[in-house]
Write a protein that binds this ligand. Structure first.
Ligand code: UT7
Length: 322
């Protein structure tokens, strides 16, 4: 069955923090960050929680799709930084956007930076099974909540933001996915939740700060992106030169340069905006898609591969036709 994306939206956190701003709080400098990652700035949330950013992006996507919001019958939010444990951020979006209280299901998906790809795959499965007709799929993060500003190896990399799309059945446009995870016993990329607290002590919460073995994740990311591109091309029976855009999770410019070089793919085929936003985890792909739509870069019938990779370790890709 064919699936199409009919609307795109995104939302930024309020505070733009340049590398120079960050260097006032963290032992780092603009030159190191730009040279090692390509990041120039990122946005941190001042008052907007994940559901607020997600709701803003959702409303923009609904407007872009020119649909009656009442027709949305599935809301998925991919996030690793939900407002709380429950209700789901997707349920908060449903309430904040005043969406269809009678005939809609909302839930969150946590597959770290691959979350948006997994959410798209879930939405496609629900559409194809006939359970729903119009899916609102969001990637949204306030990663600044889990950044340790004493740790320069992680705090300079991430940012906050949200992106959203509307998916429905199509008569012509193809979509397919490829997703994987390997149980991570090495703690390569983690953020603990609250610890069990059997003694009911107020101070017995464990650190929820994000921890990452950067080089191990770098090596994994290169392998994951290559695996996704090869698998999607095999499934679609397309050659790389028939693909118009590759939209990767925006983690590090050097990772993309490495893959492009290794796979002999022109770097200009990869859409990159990480210099502006940093790594926004599950929000990075939909933010990029929304920006491409706004800039007129997603033209009719273009072939696009999105690639996500992150904690879990998870990785996956989506192919769609614009
Ligand atoms: O979204 C999830 C996916 N995440 C990723 O894809 C991240 C993948 N990993 C990476 O992007 C890179 O490994 C990093 C950007 C995290 C680190 O880059 P690197 O080239 O692997 O640097 P490194 O960890 O080897 O560190 C090199 C040096 C070290 O100093 P010494 O030991 O050589 O003296 C670090 O202490 O750079 C130092 N360093 C910094 N210096 C200034 C590490 N972070 C910083 C910093 N500012 N922010």
């Amino acid at each position: 069955m064919s699936i199409e994306i009919i609307g795109f939206g995104s939302a930024q956190a309020e505070k733009c923090v340049t590398n120079a701003d960050l260097a006032k709080a963290v032992d780092t400098n603009d030159a190191w960050i730009q040279e090692r990652t390509g990041i120039k700035q990122r946005y941190f949330s001042v008052s907007k929680n994940t559901s607020d950013l997600a709701s803003e992006a959702a409303l923009m996507a609904i407007q872009d799709a020119k649909i009656d919001p009442k027709v949305i019958d599935l809301i998925l939010v991919a996030t690793i930084t939900p407002d709380g444990m429950m209700p789901s951020t997707a349920s908060l979006v449903q309430a904040k956007c005043g969406l269809n209280a009678q005939n809609c299901l909302s839930y969150d998906i946590n597959a770290a930076c691959t979350g948006f790809i997994v959410a798209m795959q879930n939405a496609q499965a629900m559409l194809e099974a006939g359970y729903i007709k119009n899916a609102l799929v969001i990637g949204a993060e306030t990663l600044s909540k889990i950044l340790d500003f004493n740790d320069r190896t992680t705090s300079v990399l991430f940012g906050d933001g949200a992106g959203a799309i509307i998916m429905r059945k199509s008569s012509t446009k193809q979509m397919l996915h490829y997703t994987r995870s390997e149980g991570d016993v090495h703690g390569t990329l983690t953020s603990d939740g609250l610890a069990l607290n059997p003694d009911m002590k107020y101070d017995q919460v464990s650190s929820h700060y994000l921890r990452m073995q950067g080089q191990a994740v770098f090596r994994f990311a290169v392998r994951a992106i290559e695996d996704v591109i090869i698998n999607v091309l095999t499934q679609t029976k397309l050659e790389i030169n028939q693909i118009d855009w590759i939209v990767p999770h925006q983690a590090n410019r050097r990772i993309i340069e490495y893959v492009a070089n290794k796979m002999n793919i022109d770097l200009t085929k990869f859409y990159l905006n990480l210099d502006q936003y940093g790594n926004t985890s599950s929000a990075s792909i939909p933010i990029a898609l929304s920006e491409m739509k706004t800039k007129g870069l997603l033209k009719e019938d273009m072939r696009v591969i999105c690639v996500g990779f992150g904690a879990g370790l998870t990785w996956g890709g989506s192919y769609f036709e614009s």
